[in-house]
Ligand binder design. Sequence first.
Ligand code: RP5
Length: 162
Amino acid sequence: MARKVPAAAVRVLVLLGSKSDLPVIEKMRPLLDRFGLSYKVEIASAHRQPARLGRLVRQADTAGTEVFVAVAGMAAHLPGVVASLTGKPVIGVPVASGPLAGVDALLSIVQMPPGVPVATVAVGSAGARNAACLAARMIALKDAKVADAVAAYRQELAKGGR
Ligand code: RP5
């Protein structure tokens, strides 16, 4: 009988609260590629699809995903819920999708209770880029190739790159 081979884990799982959040991660994707980090993007609302979200996080966690990035606007419970489902690092990216222009999401994501941290970055696209950089720095702690890629990127920034 043919044995089922488990799918290789992506190193970073990027979760979005809605497909309307997709433009925010456009500049994050090339950075993750540049750092040599395999990743997958999934849309899973903490409010509308809690069962699907739980499944995705548990499966990725078990398979060996190293960092979770959760991108959400408005009430923005997604990053916090992800942090409740995994012990791996979670980076939260607030999105300016409601009338409060992202301040709502920023305050929601950053105010996690003690013991359940979410590393919160800036609102929007700049924050998403930093989420990729932060994920790479975390993974670089035990991966020399990623550490080299992070160092090369920093050198480029020092020369005026963006
Ligand atoms: C949040 O509500 C999503 O992350 C999105 O930023 C915002 C609006 O969602 P949609 O109504 O566009 O699906 O849950």
